[in-house]
Design a protein around this ligand. Structure first.
Ligand code: UT7
Length: 322
């Protein structure tokens, strides 16, 4: 018998303020046709002034806690994927810890940009499997709009704000039971320039803006995502045919389709929410997961593969028996 992390529940939150492609086209040289054709995005949610990453994260976390049916005091660790913390320090995870009324255990942020939820999930899973805590709150939350150059049409149309969360619990497993079967993480810092923010506390003492060589990132994404899914399947003696649902990072519908095609998985098995909220970086996987769990597509016993790629470059996957 070994410990396995089971997902007890999930939750998500999107800010109320919706900005459609048409609305964006009034302030930047773009069109609904271009955005939909190139990305599948129809709208994004943008946090109001004063609405912080921690506000979105807390709302998603409370929904996950309720969905899981746990007592908030059961939470031993909080791992939060975010690139848009409220402050440079302390970690936004410690703010959430305080807001939830927790004074035991520990909380920390993980920074892997769009792969942030994968890295946070893998970190929490490994702590739980090592016996260093029994229940984990894992969050992906961003106010990515705050990093955008609203005059750069090649990036500002692509991103949005949001948050998602899951509750993990370590349980003894006989190998057949539900939970996280494996996680695989990668990074390759050689490609850091193709997707980055041109500022930071140490370099410019400012926040900076997102800069991206879109075509380059696209090319790496399809290759790396297909590879990291294959790696997960091989490690578990499974094949692409065993997958019930791909729950991908929601960056671009064309990347989702391209990855599914490379894996020879039907696009019907891909959870797509990018049309509703654009690329919300670390929040996008738990947003997509929560949508598909709550609308009944994902059922207990289903095999899910979560996958993401982001700045760094970083990429990873998690194979999960729901
Ligand atoms: O989460 C991971 C992070 N990001 C990603 O995964 C994104 C990866 N990349 C992509 O999704 C795509 O590369 C984009 C959606 C960013 C761009 O799509 P593309 O098919 O690679 O277009 P492109 O960059 O080659 O641009 C084609 C044309 C250009 O005009 P010219 O040079 O052909 O005259 C751009 O200037 O489209 C123009 N363009 C736009 N036109 C209208 C670029 N952005 C826009 C825009 N509206 N917003």
């Amino acid at each position: 018998m070994a410990l396995r992390s089971r997902i007890l529940g999930c939750g998500s939150y999107l800010p109320e303020n919706i900005v459609t492609n048409e609305e964006l086209a009034k302030t930047v040289d773009t069109s609904d046709e271009w955005i939909v054709a190139r990305t599948g995005i129809k709208q994004r949610h943008i946090a109001n002034e004063g609405e912080l990453t921690s506000d979105l994260a807390r709302k998603a976390a409370l929904k996950a806690i309720e969905h899981a049916g746990i007592d908030v005091q059961d939470i031993d660790l909080i791992i939060m994927g975010t690139t848009t913390p409220d402050n440079t320090f302390p970690s936004t995870a410690t703010k959430i810890q305080a807001q939830l009324g927790l004074t035991h255990g520990f909380a920390m942020d993980v920074q892997a940009v769009c792969s942030g939820f994968m890295f946070a999930l893998a970190t929490a899973d490994n702590f739980l499997k090592a016996g260093q805590g029994k229940t984990a709150l894992v969050i992906g939350a961003e106010t990515f709009s705050r990093l955008l150059d609203w005059e750069d049409r090649t990036t500002c149309v692509l991103f949005g704000d949001g948050a998602g969360a899951v509750i993990l619990r370590a349980e003894e497993s006989d190998g057949e039971s539900a939970g996280i079967l494996s996680t695989h993480l990668h990074s390759d810092g050689q490609h850091q320039d193709i997707l980055m923010v041109d500022g930071g506390p140490s370099s410019t003492q400012s926040t900076g803006h997102v800069r991206m060589a879109g075509k380059e990132v696209f090319r790496h994404a399809v290759v790396n995502l297909a590879e990291v899914v294959k790696e997960a399947l091989e490690d578990n003696n499974l094949t692409a045919e065993d997958i019930d649902w791909i729950v991908p990072h929601q960056a671009n519908k064309r990347i989702l389709d391209g990855t599914a095609k490379k894996l020879k998985v039907s696009t019907d098995k891909v959870i797509v929410t990018v049309d509703q909220h654009a690329n919300t970086s670390a929040a996008s996987i738990p947003l997509a997961l929560d949508a598909a769990v709550r609308d009944g597509r994902i059922k207990r016993g289903d095999l899910l593969i979560l996958e993401a790629m982001g700045g760094g470059l970083t990429w990873g996957s998690a194979l999960i028996r729901w």
